[in-house]
Design a protein around this ligand. Structure first.
Ligand SMILES: [Zn+2]
Length: 181
């Protein structure tokens, strides 16, 4: 199954995620459908809120960026792509990185966002095992972006007043569209 990706203006995007109690077949099915939805929409990541769910889950696959980075970007050992993060928690952040980011819930809007360059994140994998990884570069940014979604935080909240004005037309259009669907 493929989900419909909700866009800015839909109040579901503002909900906070609820921790997953048991990593069971239902959760694995949701994660699988989220991965499918992410690929169908050419995204690098997707959080449960973006498909109208409130489980604390996001999925990420940064392989396209890693492959085109000529070795500059790396995927940590032992982490397979697509990666599913259940009940993720960013436990440590180091450094700063400023890069342009997009979001499937904000089609065609890209803004520069300041993120930690290196993070440690704990989570459960699809087998319910506790994991702890260190992520840098694009993976670090993708995880921080998706983790924002689980807290109901959106690209919009990272925009400066000037950016909000600059994108006001696109934002208004998205809001109108979300009311119709
Ligand atoms: Zn997003």
């Amino acid at each position: 199954m493929q989900y419909k990706v909700l866009t800015y203006g839909n109040s579901e995007l503002r909900k906070k995620a609820v921790p997953v109690k048991n990593v069971d077949d239902d959760i694995r099915r949701i994660a699988k459908d989220m991965v499918r939805t992410m690929y169908e929409n050419n995204g690098l990541g997707l959080a449960a809120e973006q498909v109208g769910r409130t489980e604390s889950i996001f999925v990420v696959d940064v392989t396209p960026v890693v492959n085109s980075s000529k070795g500059a970007e790396k995927i940590p050992d032992g982490l397979e792509m697509p990666a599913v993060f259940i009940n993720p928690k960013i436990v440590e952040t180091v450094g700063e990185i400023c890069e342009k980011e997009g979001c499937l819930s904000f089609p065609e809007i890209f803004i520069t966002i300041k993120r930690a360059s290196c993070i440690k994140v704990s989570f459960l994998d699809l087998q319910g095992r506790e994991r702890l990884i260190t992520a840098e570069g694009i993976l670090s940014r993708a995880i921080q972006h998706e983790n924002d979604h689980l807290n109901g935080k959106l690209l919009y909240d990272h925009m400066s007043t000037i950016q909000k004005v600059a994108f006001s037309g696109s934002l208004k259009k998205l809001k109108q569209l979300s009311k119709k669907t």
